[in-house]
Design a protein around this ligand. Structure first.
Ligand SMILES: *[C@@H]1O[C@H](CO)[C@@H](O)[C@H](O)[C@H]1NC(C)=O
Ligand SMILES: *[C@@H]1O[C@H](CO)[C@@H](O)[C@H](O)[C@H]1NC(C)=O
Length: 326
């Protein structure tokens, strides 16, 4: 009896060491259009290169992710099926829908790094650059204007802020951005950066400039505002924000961030003729399925077969140890 258990134990350890949770079995339905399979194969090739996952094509659907050409793109967690269709596939969709199936997360652009993080692919690049930072060839983040830190997670101007309202807002789903002196006048020496950050990578920030009392006197011929006021993270906003008569056109408009962050910076003109209140911006976090989001076929929360697969080996291993111990 003991020797059988021992065999199970050795077998389990062997399986765990070769699997390491990183072998993904998949199966193509026989009736799939070739284009559908090609799209998935390309995505798998790319992910094999960028992650530590190994994808193995099964000859039987059992214990595998099923790629099924059913005319629409979605992930059906309950029976481990990725639905695909020629009209909804493209390179991004194919790798994102694989990530969706493997992580149970909503998809977002950095598929390979999300998988590296989730599957502990420590010899691969696992850094996720935040706030619009981009990854370089040596796996470090190159930050956009205003950001610093390993992951571009901090505000670069922090040491120079003149007001207590400046900084990162990541605790509320809605609120306002204004200097602490608002609606009173701000000191002439004012420098502030604000970062509105939504928790989830697929969320957006909707915002509206309610007031814009900035230095608009004594402007140079081509100058649109005496203060420097910029908003980054939303392609719908033109920078620098004008505060002359042009500025009134943007008041009261609803804008949306491109991603889950919005950066705002005010550098007041210390030589303005009079004091100003500064801006007042209202914002709220929105969490909606955009056209690019992969819908879930079913909302039930069950583990994927990959994790069930790993879990079953653990159970086996633990049972074996337990039996030997007794
Ligand atoms: C999962 O369910 C869908 C329909 O609900 C079906 O078309 C598909 O074949 C199923 N997948 C498996 C692996 O049985
Ligand atoms: C990755 O490593 C962390 C900490 O070392 C651990 O908690 C987690 O379970 C691991 N995940 C996988 C999928 O192996």
């Amino acid at each position: 009896m003991l020797s059988i258990n021992l065999l199970i134990l050795i077998f389990s350890i062997f399986c765990i060491s070769i699997n390491d949770g990183r072998i993904i079995h998949y199966y193509f339905d026989e009736d799939n259009e070739e284009r559908v399979n090609e799209c998935i194969i390309n995505a798998i090739d790319h992910l094999t290169e960028e992650t530590c996952l190994q994808f193995v094509r099964s000859q039987v659907p059992k214990d595998s992710i099923l790629f099924l050409d059913s005319g629409h793109c979605s992930w059906q967690e309950t029976n481990n099926t990725v639905h695909l269709g020629v009209n909804c596939i493209n390179d991004a969709m194919c790798s994102q829908i694989i990530a969706r199936a493997l992580t149970n997360d909503r998809p977002y652009p950095l598929v390979s790094r999300i998988l590296n993080l989730k599957y502990n692919c420590t010899d691969k690049c696992t850094i996720l650059c935040e706030n619009g930072g981009s990854i370089t060839g040596d796996c470090t983040c190159e930050c956009g204007y205003g950001f610093t830190g390993d992951r571009c997670e901090r505000l670069k101007g922090e040491a120079l802020f003149t007001d207590t309202s400046c900084g990162i807002r990541d605790d509320d789903d809605d609120g306002t951005i204004a200097l602490s002196s608002f609606p009173g006048n701000a000191p002439k020496q004012t420098y502030c950066q604000w970062l509105i950050k939504a928790d989830e990578p697929w969320e957006n920030i909707e915002f509206e400039i309610v007031e814009l009392d900035l230095d608009n006197e004594n402007l140079l011929p081509s100058q649109k505002c005496g203060d420097s006021f910029v908003i980054f993270g939303s392609s719908s906003v033109q920078n620098p924000i004008p505060c002359n008569s042009e500025g009134s056109a943007i008041l009261g408009q609803k804008y949306r961030s491109d991603s889950n962050w919005l950066f705002i910076e005010l550098r007041a003109n210390a030589y303005s003729l009079r004091q100003h209140k500064g801006p007042l911006i209202k914002y709220n976090v929105v969490n909606e399925d955009g056209p690019n989001n992969i819908r879930t076929f079913s909302s039930e929360q069950v583990s994927t077969s990959t994790s069930t697969f790993i879990a079953s080996f653990w159970t086996l291993l633990m049972t074996a140890i337990f039996r030997i111990a007794h």
